[in-house]
Design a protein around this ligand. Structure first.
Ligand code: TXA
Ligand code: MG
Length: 382
């Protein structure tokens, strides 16, 4: 169709799905689209199958995988026998499944190989909403372990061609479902803590504000509403709230091969003087000057006051990848990894990303950019 989304009922699509499901049953790896990013899937109940994921990605063995299910019954089969899902999780599942929310559950080691959980007492599970992902899991009739389908350390793929470029030759099949809607990974939530509070281990497609709203809507007794704990940074990059992050977050991550500079301002960008932007760009050019004109990928909201002040600088060749409007952090999130990978492939010398406010989807956006960037530059008028 016009949006480039596959029609699941078409002959060709169902053939591809059957083939992919058969490969999963044969303990091979298959890349497939989800609403967040492309996943690299293998049978979650089979250690040998899942070990192929670690091998293809070059993933450190202490970083556990997310297990994907297509139904409540499939979820229940993964959990300890007669385990009752906590009421808070029932609320989150009602509001956000299927969708970009991953929940930690106590694992059942009789069912889930320790390779998948990296020996944690918990297992991370989500039910994706993408029709191809759901159909594939249901057809394979097994839970599917799937990290993002990229080499460890690289940006997560949001198009089949990103997967192809990175992992071609290392995996059995790629299902092409067009561009991903959310564009960055699921929110990982631990709601198993004794204090009853909810810990966001990785911000993602479901926003903290969305979780808080769902809890307020369902829990009339405001004293019963748990706190949502999450790492946020203040304007000088101090982490403000304490919440443990997930094993995967300690690694350098999401980096294209070309250097990324994160641009932050502590003042409203509209008040930054053109000469200040000029000075910043002079320093960048001077630092990297090799005689030839620098080509710089520029990722910024289309209505950012900084954008025009940057592109007015004509000492470099600008390759813009716009991030939607300032009021649309969801579009910025959707376009982030796509931009990093596309600009990298276009052969720019450097990518400059303008920082966003850490609210709504901007929180996950900044979480990823902070890890992708080798350098953060503060630009401010003094
Ligand atoms: O949107 C997504 O979640 C994508 C798509 C494919 O579903 N998958 C994804 O997987 O992002 P991956 O492997 O790239 O990231 C999984 C994250 C890692 O940060 C990992 O450390 C964390 O989830 N994780 C997995 N199991 C965990 C556990 N038992 N406890 C804490 N963190 C866990
Ligand atoms: Mg990943």
């Amino acid at each position: 169709d016009a949006a480039g989304k596959p029609v699941v009922s078409s002959q060709k699509t169902s053939e591809a799905l059957f083939r992919a499901a058969r490969l999963l049953n044969d303990k091979q790896t298959v890349a497939f689209p989800t609403e967040t990013v492309y996943g690299l899937g293998a049978d979650a109940l089979d250690a040998a199958a899942s070990s192929k994921i670690y091998a293809a990605k070059g993933r450190p063995p202490d970083n556990p995988l997310i297990v994907h299910v297509s139904s409540r019954e499939m979820l229940q089969r993964l959990l300890p026998v007669s385990y009752a899902i906590p009421p808070i999780y029932e609320i989150l599942i009602r509001h956000f499944w299927p969708g970009p929310l991953t929940l930690l559950f106590p694992t059942n080691p009789d069912v889930i190989p320790s390779l998948i959980t990296a020996n944690q007492p918990t297992v991370a599970i989500r039910m994706p909403s993408h029709p191809v992902a759901r159909a594939l899991i249901a057809l394979a009739d097994t839970a599917v372990a799937a990290p993002s389908a990229n080499s460890s350390g690289r940006p997560s793929p949001t198009r089949a061609e990103h997967v192809f470029k990175d992992l071609n030759g290392k995996i059995a099949l790629i299902l092409d479902g067009g561009a991903c809607d959310v564009g960055l990974e699921s929110t990982v939530v631990d709601g198993l803590h004794e204090d009853g509070n909810i810990r966001v281990l990785r911000p993602g497609g479901v926003t903290v504000e969305g979780i808080e709203e769902a809890l307020r809507a369902e829990l009339v007794d405001s004293a019963a509403i748990p706190r949502v704990l999450v790492h946020r940074r203040d304007f000088r990059d101090e982490v403000m709230e304490q919440a443990p992050t997930t094993p995967g977050m300690k690694y350098r991550h999401y980096s294209p091969t070309v250097p990324v500079v994160l641009l932050k301002t502590s003042l409203p960008p509209s008040t930054i003087q053109p000469r200040t932007v000029q000075a910043f760009l002079d320093s960048i050019v001077k630092e990297r000057s090799s005689g030839k004109r620098l080509s710089i990928g520029l990722m910024a909201p289309s209505d950012s006051p900084l954008l025009t002040k940057m592109t007015a600088y004509d000492g470099v060749q600008w390759v813009p990848h716009l991030l939607g409007r300032l009021s649309e952090p969801g579009i910025s999130a959707q376009r982030l990894f796509d931009g990093l990978l596309t600009l990298d492939n276009a052969g720019v010398d450097l990518i400059v990303v303008e920082g966003l406010k850490e609210e709504k989807e901007g929180l996950a956006f900044m979480n990823r950019v902070n890890k992708a960037a080798g350098e953060t530059v503060w630009i401010e008028d003094v």
